[in-house]
Each structure stands twice: as structure tokens, then as C-alpha cells.
Design a protein around this ligand. Structure first.
Ligand code: R5P
Length: 293
């Protein structure tokens, strides 16, 4: 039987694409926000015994998580057979250790919460830095799809003679992978961070690549400061303005404008989070990963 694909408002475009690639059936849920801010939900599709996929990217997670858990519980009460959460952007992955005394390791608490409500989790390029895999913190079956091949395909189609650049050590994992797929050279910078918007990016020597087209690649674009610093450091070495590729277009207020003002040539992101910079569709990759999951 075809899986039923549910989503909450805001995911319409990706949900339609994912449903098509999965050969699924769109689930119907009616939502309403009461004047006091509570959420009303009514599932209008018969889901007893059905395989359910619940799509929800968790950017701005605090306001999304409760309606999502309520929908998960409603589907379970209505007899859904297996409920898997497809979360193209998975939040709360960056607080993966206690950096200061008194802090909580919120990635663990968030994982515990999600693991209580769903039977499986599929996400895309989660921010795995100090954790090696999702299973270190998620107790349900979990899988991380990789947007790398989609990024590689985009670069191959649109950029001649690219040099790929990662803005920090964490980025090496996906930059090296993408470079290998398209036989392009790559380099990785070093980043120091003092605060949300205080970062310094030191580039390795790029002068041998002055005739290349620089492509900066990061997993998350949030305040944009990592990429802004990286763009400046690349241009200081006499290379042309880079193109910035991001997997998750979080874009904090003002980030897009600041990034565009930094002299970047173009910013292109995947549609794990709906945003005006989306130019790389990952829905087919997500569907393939879900089928193999
Ligand atoms: C952090 O290590 C990530 O890979 C990104 O580089 C970071 O989240 C980007 O954040 P921002 O855009 O705020 O500099």
C-alpha cells in the first residue's frame, strides 16, 4: 500500500515533490491556531494500518516541535502502522557538548524527545561534529541522507573549472566528498568563533587557483558570517567572487542581505528549508534514502 505523506503548513512544495518520488498518497490534516496560541489538528485521511511519513523541516524548531509531536500522537491514536519522521533539516545538533559549566547538552535532550514519538528518523546532512552518527543520541532507527551528489551535479552543470572551498574543518567531510565526485581540487579553511556573529576564517594559500571559479560550500547558512568572512579571505588572494552553496538555508534575519553585500557572486541552497535561494532539489535523494531505510 502507498505510504501516506503528512506535513504541517510551510512544507507544501517539498511535500508534493517527495510524495511524487515516493509514489505516496498525500495525507490530509486540518490545522488551526487558537487565539491563545494552542494548536488544533484534525486528520482527515483514514490512516489505520497505514505506513505514514511525516515531513517537517525543523528550522525554527521551538514553534514547530509541539504541533509535530501532537500530530504524531494523533496519527498513532488513529491506528497508523509505522510513523517515520522525515526531517530534512534537523535542529539542535550543534550543542553536542557542555562548552561552559552549567550548560545542557541540548542535542541529547532533543533526540530523546523525538525518539519517544516516532518510529524512525530520516534527515539530511545533520551537523555531525563531535557525534559520529545519529544513533549516538537517537534511540530510534535513524538515517542521514547526503545532499552531496546533488551539489556535485549542480556544480558540474553550472561551473567551469571550479575550486571547492570549505570554510572550516567540519566542512571537509562534504567538500572532499563532492570534490571527489567531480574531480575538482579543494581546500579547507580554519575558523575561530567567539560568538554567534564573531568568526574569523583563515584561508590556506589559494594563489594557484586564480584562474579557477571558487565555490564555497557549507552545511548551514545561519547568520552568514562564516561565509562572509570566507568570501573576503578568498578575494584577498586575488580570486574572483565566489559562489556560495549551502545545504540548509536557515538565514537569520539580515543574513541574506549581508551575504549579498559581501561581494559574493551568487548564493544557492538546497530545498531542505524553503527559501528564495533554493536552487538544488533534494527531494529525489530524500525519497531514495527513505525507500532504502
Ligand atoms: C558550523 O560549524 C556550521 O558548519 C556552519 O559553518 C555554521 O553553522 C554557519 O553559521 P553562520 O552562518 O551563523 O556563520
Amino acid at each position: 500500500m502507498k505510504p501516506l505523506v503528512f506535513f504541517l503548513p510551510g512544507q507544501e512544495d517539498l511535500a508534493a515533490k517527495l510524495t511524487t518520488h515516493l509514489d505516496g498518497e498525500p495525507g490530509n490534516v486540518v490545522t488551526h491556531s487558537f487565539p491563545d496560541g494552542e494548536t488544533y489538528l484534525r486528520v482527515a485521511s483514514a490512516c489505520r494500518g497505514r505506513e505514514v511519513v511525516l515531513l517537517q523541516s525543523l528550522d525554527h524548531p521551538n514553534k514547530k516541535i509541539l504541533p509535530l509531536l501532537l500530530l504524531g500522537e494523533t496519527l498513532r491514536d488513529l491506528g497508523a502502522n509505522r510513523i517515520r519522521l522525515v526531517c530534512p533539516y534537523l535542529s539542535y545538533m550543534r550543542q553536542d557538548k557542555q562548552f561552559q559549566p552549567g550548560e545542557g547538552v541540548t542535542s541529547r535532550y532533543f533526540a530523546k524527545l523525538v525518539s519517544t514519538y516516532f518510529d524512525g528518523l530520516l534527515t539530511m546532512n545533520p551537523h555531525l561534529h563531535r557525534y559520529h552518527s545519529l544513533s549516538e543520541i537517537y534511540s530510534i532507527p535513524s538515517e542521514a541522507a547526503d545532499a552531496g551528489p546533488d551539489l556535485a551535479k549542480w556544480i558540474k552543470s553550472f561551473i567551469k573549472n571550479p575550486v571547492l572551498i570549505g570554510p572550516d574543518g567540519e566542512s571537509e567531510q562534504w567538500v572532499a566528498n563532492i570534490a571527489g565526485k567531480i574531480q575538482a581540487p579543494y581546500r579547507v579553511a580554519k575558523k575561530e568563533r567567539w560568538g554567534d556573529r564573531e568568526v574569523r576564517v583563515s584561508m590556506p594559500d589559494l594563489t594557484a587557483f586564480r584562474d579557477h571559479h571558487p565555490v564555497l560550500i557549507d552545511d548551514i547558512i545561519s547568520t552568514g558570517h562564516t561565509l562572509i568572512q570566507a568570501v573576503a579571505a578568498i578575494q584577498e588572494q586575488g580570486l574572483e567572487a565566489p559562489i556560495c552553496l549551502g545545504i540548509h538555508a536557515l538565514f537569520a534575519p539580515g543574513a541574506e542581505e549581508n551575504l549579498k553585500r559581501s561581494g559574493v557572486q551568487r548564493v544557492v541552497t538546497t530545498n531542505t528549508i524553503a527559501h528564495s535561494t533554493n536552487g538544488i532539489d533534494i527531494s529525489e535523494t530524500l525519497a531514495r534514502s527513505l525507500r532504502n531505510f
